[in-house]
Write a protein that binds this ligand. Structure first.
Ligand SMILES: NC(=O)c1ccc[n+]([C@@H]2O[C@H](COP(=O)([O-])OP(=O)(O)OC[C@H]3O[C@@H](n4cnc5c(N)ncnc54)[C@H](OP(=O)(O)O)[C@@H]3O)[C@@H](O)[C@H]2O)c1
Length: 285
């Protein structure tokens, strides 16, 4: 079994990005800026946000964390988003999910200027994606495509099965894999006999948020398996795939952690850099 080592690929790409950013800063005199809005103090979100901040610093992206209390009102969050939309030093902005129930995540994300939507979650950017037009791609699906390509895996002609249909992972990875020439099946909680579908997969992507949902009996021998899930079990992080069992049947498999997670962060940084370059061109700096 070949381990799809997201940490290794992401750190190589981050070093390349660091060079590109240093070159752009030398010419244009301004660093790319990423603003992260976090609401509440969910420990998992805090650790993701810290990881994003650390990786930003490493590649030369100036990041700022706006941590708001979970009692914040919708108007206060909107005021912050509008302020950051106007700030010329902010190239990318993300709203760390999940946010408290009294706030509407889709409404708030759509208020982020689409030109600063570093996560690629804005409804207009998603529309462009689904119409196969150039746009900022959602970070996790983009990171998965980059990881596959780093291992010379070409999805063309493959049966790709995706477990999960979220707007941030399952649905957009289906679109990207279809664009890359795969034939797509999407499974979800209403799917009858999910194992029947997953066993057809040459490429299986699992993003359900259910610890060890996919066992070896659900995987075709030789399949490529990408595990997006991150679940805390007995104080340990585990994926949606039973790694120890599936490694015996899969040809390629991502670990959790250090698989898709670092690739997602790398894609976020690359998105921020691309938005920064667009802003430099637009402002002719
Ligand atoms: N590593 C990373 O960078 C990264 C990035 C994003 C997310 N994640 C992780 O990935 C996981 C999924 O995230 P998400 O945002 O895609 O999740 P989500 O919005 O909760 O969606 C989960 C999807 O999985 C489906 N599902 C849940 N249980 C299922 C089951 N037993 N059988 C079949 N389908 C099932 C749901 O079906 P229905 O639509 O029918 O409800 C839904 O479509 C989470 O653990 C999250 O923490 C990791």
């Amino acid at each position: 079994m070949i381990l799809l080592d997201g940490r290794k690929v992401a750190s190589e790409r981050n070093l390349q990005l660091k060079d590109k950013i240093a070159q752009a800063v030398a010419v244009h005199g301004r660093e790319p800026g990423l603003a992260i809005i976090m609401i509440g103090d969910n420990p998992a979100s805090l650790s993701y946000v810290k990881g994003k901040g650390k990786a930003s610093a490493l590649v030369g992206i100036k990041h700022e964390l706006h941590q708001l209390p979970d009692t914040v009102t919708e108007d206060e969050v909107i005021a912050l988003i509008e302020k950051l939309n106007q700030d010329p030093t902010v190239d990318g902005m993300i709203l760390q999910l999940p946010i408290p129930d009294h706030l509407d995540d889709a409404k708030l994300i759509d208020l982020i200027a689409r030109e600063k939507d570093a996560d690629g979650f804005h409804v207009v950017n998603q529309g462009y994606l689904y119409q196969k037009k150039p746009t900022t791609k959602p970070a996790t699906p983009k990171g998965i495509m980059t990881l596959l390509s780093a291992y010379d895996i070409n999805p063309k002609g493959m049966n790709a099965v995706i477990v999960g249909r979220s707007n941030i992972v399952g649905f957009p990875i289906a679109r990207l894999l279809m664009d890359a020439g795969a034939t797509i099946t999407i499974c979800h909680r209403q799917t009858k006999d999910m194992a029947y579908h997953t066993k057809q997969a040459d490429l299986l992507v699992v993003s359900a948020g259910r610890a060890r949902l996919v066992g070896a009996d659900m995987v075709k021998p030789g399949a490529i398996v990408v595990d997006v899930g991150v679940n805390r079990v007995d104080d340990k992080l585990v994926g949606d795939v039973d790694f120890e069992a599936v490694k015996e049947v899969a040809s390629h498999l991502t670990p959790v952690p250090k698989g898709v997670g670092p690739m997602t962060i790398n894609a976020l940084l690359e998105n921020t850099y691309e938005l920064y370059m667009e802003h430099l061109v637009a402002n002719k700096v």
